[in-house]
Design a protein around this ligand. Structure first.
Ligand code: ADE
Length: 227
């Protein structure tokens, strides 16, 4: 999978994209992530990426020319399945959307900034607008990092233990059951006996019950959500 990210703050993305599972997925050739500085696609001497909004509102708006130039250049080299814009007014991101994106071949993520993008970019280039939650970030970079992290980690082969991604919290609309490691007793608190029993059918059932119970208590909305 290839992911091209357009931003005015490439430094913000460097660390989250180059550590741990994301780093290994790129080394293994499972994901190719390229970050493009929108400023490099300006042609004026001030390398201006934003301008005042028509109509006299407060804040600055991202100019269309550099964004079009960058995306059209990328599209000339390969076709893209989605051009995603990270924005608080996009559709709410969740595990189903992460699963869908992880099956795609090539995607572009355009990080929003300032007051927003010139609307012509959204009308004529963007195919999908994503919000990572109902709060406002200073820019779309952290949202892009969240999307890339959640997508790349579920590409088959990205996580050493394949089964691990499939039993993630949310994969079946349930929160994850509790997990424990050694020692079996710590500070007088014992690990649930069932986990030490070696009866794997019963352990699976216990985990399912726990997942359901925790979801009912903490996130009942997930139990009524459509698949
Ligand atoms: N940009 C600013 N806030 C955002 C959010 N909540 N989700 C995605 N992109 C954003």
């Amino acid at each position: 999978m290839r992911i091209d990210i357009l931003t005015v703050l490439p430094e913000l993305l460097a660390s989250p994209l180059n550590e741990s599972i994301l780093k290994r997925a790129q080394q293994k050739g499972l994901a190719e992530i390229r970050v493009h500085n929108i400023r490099d696609y300006t042609t004026d001497k001030h390398r201006q990426v934003d301008d005042y909004p028509f109509g006299g509102e407060a804040g600055m708006v991202m100019k269309p020319e550099p964004v079009f130039r960058c995306i059209e250049g990328l599209k000339a080299e390969r076709s893209y399945d989605e051009v995603i814009y990270t924005s608080p007014d996009g559709i709410r991101y969740d595990q189903h959307e992460a699963n869908r994106l992880s099956t795609l071949e090539n995607i572009i993520i355009l990080c929003g900034h300032y007051k927003g993008l010139d609307y012509r970019i959204r009308e004529h280039l963007v195919t999908c607008e994503i919000s990572i939650g109902d709060y406002v970030l200073t820019g779309g970079e952290l949202a892009a990092a969240v999307i890339v992290d959640s997508v790349v980690r579920i590409i088959p082969g990205a996580i050493g233990d394949e089964a691990s991604a499939l039993t993630d919290c949310f994969q079946d609309n349930l929160l994850a059951p509790p997990v424990y490691t050694r020692p079996a007793e710590f500070n007088g608190w014992r690990v649930p006996e069932i986990l030490l029993s070696g009866n794997f059918a019963e352990i699976d059932k216990w985990r399912e019950d726990q997942a359901f119970e925790r979801t009912r208590r903490l996130r009942p909305d997930l139990l009524t959500e459509e698949e």
